[in-house]
Ligand binder design. Structure first.
Ligand code: ADP
Ligand code: TRP
Length: 322
């Protein structure tokens, strides 16, 4: 089965991304045919600077390779390297109405926050449908926030097949409705936009500073503490086996451990969990030629699939040359 997903290079990866999205993608890699790309064209809709887009694109590639994306198993490329995707976007834009696109939550949310949208933000879901349909993806793992975009992709494919001829595969969404929301240091959902993230590839000093800033109540060292309501524990439990979890719960309930100690335990778990990924990351950052080579090979594999599909689509539409 062909599984495809994209990640926007819009900032540093954090524990929320890791425990919900990235671990799941890596799980697919060993079982299915995985297509994974860096959605740099989508990131243009919230463009800040050329330097930032370049840095985040490269860092995203390095991070994912360090975390275990294996280019021997997975087709891994940068979206803009396969320009067929923008051609297909134009064709697909005939198969969705303006009033449908006006219903997009992500678009409406940004506008409600005062963002002045370009036409690119409005047609964002069509580019996303194109990413999926160009590669005939059967399954698309995404976060809950992308559910409506997946529905657009299915609608577009169905309408296109009816209007012009059956050439597009209808994709199935793969959304974990129950994925726990990882809290940030302030207790709200961990998110780049709330500036409350713990970025696991930051320096040890940065990670320590973030962990030490996690909110807690003012219970004294000797008092028993409630793990259920503790943000420190909610994050920590993501790293723990069932038996480790039990003994940590015990430590909270017993009293005698201050929040400073409990944060120190969490910090140790984060550093231990990512130690080998961090050294792999440092190695890759010193070997950018290799990273570019991986992306080039990924581009070639992705483009072979994309070109075959775009030829079918052009034929179906009667695009010149015939
Ligand atoms: P951010 O909110 O920091 O901008 P993204 O929107 O880039 O994160 O999210 C990328 C992926 O990580 C999505 O699949 C999203 O659902 C998931 N994700 C992001 N933050 C969290 C979180 N706090 N808890 C669980 N999943 C998250
Ligand atoms: N819009 C997705 C996000 O912000 C990223 C994305 C772009 C994507 N194209 C895709 C995800 C195609 C899955 C399939 O998270």
């Amino acid at each position: 089965m062909r599984v495809l997903t994209g990640l926007q290079p819009s900032g540093k990866l954090h524990l929320g991304n890791y425990f919900s999205a990235i671990k799941k993608i890596l799980d697919y890699q060993s079982k299915e045919e995985l297509f994974l790309f860096i959605a740099n064209l989508h990131a243009l809709t919230t463009f800040r600077s050329k330097e930032e887009l370049k840095n985040f694109t490269l860092e995203c590639a390095i991070d994912l390779l360090a975390l275990g994306v294996d280019p021997k198993k997975t087709v891994f490329w940068v979206q803009s390297d396969v320009p067929e995707v923008t051609e297909l976007t134009w064709y697909l834009s005939q198969s969705i109405t303006v009033s449908q696109l006006q219903l997009a939550h992500s678009f409406k949310d940004k506008v409600a926050k005062g963002f002045v949208p370009g036409a690119g933000l409005f047609t964002y879901p069509v580019l996303m449908a194109s990413d999926i349909l160009l590669f005939s993806a059967e399954k698309v793992p995404v976060g809950k926030d992308q559910k409506q975009h997946l529905e657009f992709a299915r609608d577009i494919a169905e309408r296109f097949n009816t209007q012009f001829g059956s050439v597009l595969t209808i994709p199935e969404p793969d959304i974990d409705e129950n994925t726990a929301t990882v809290p940030g240091v302030d207790g709200a959902k961990m998110s780049k936009s709330y500036k409350n993230t713990i970025d696991f590839f930051g320096t040890e000093k940065e990670i320590k500073k973030k962990v030490m800033s996690i909110v807690s109540d003012s219970k004294a060292v000797e008092e028993p503490k409630d793990p259920e309501t503790s943000v420190i524990f909610q994050i920590h439990s993501l790293f723990l086996s069932p038996s480790e979890k039990e003994s940590q719960i015990e430590k909270y309930k017993r009293g005698g451990a201050g929040y400073g100690d409990l944060k120190k335990d969490l910090l140790d778990s984060i550093l231990t969990h990512f130690v080998s990924f961090r050294s792999k990351r440092e190695e890759l950052a010193q070997n950018l030629d290799y990273v570019h080579q991986v992306l080039k090979e990924g581009k070639e594999k992705a483009q072979t699939v994309a070109q075959a599909k775009i030829i079918d689509v052009r034929k179906t539409l009667g695009i010149y040359p015939f």
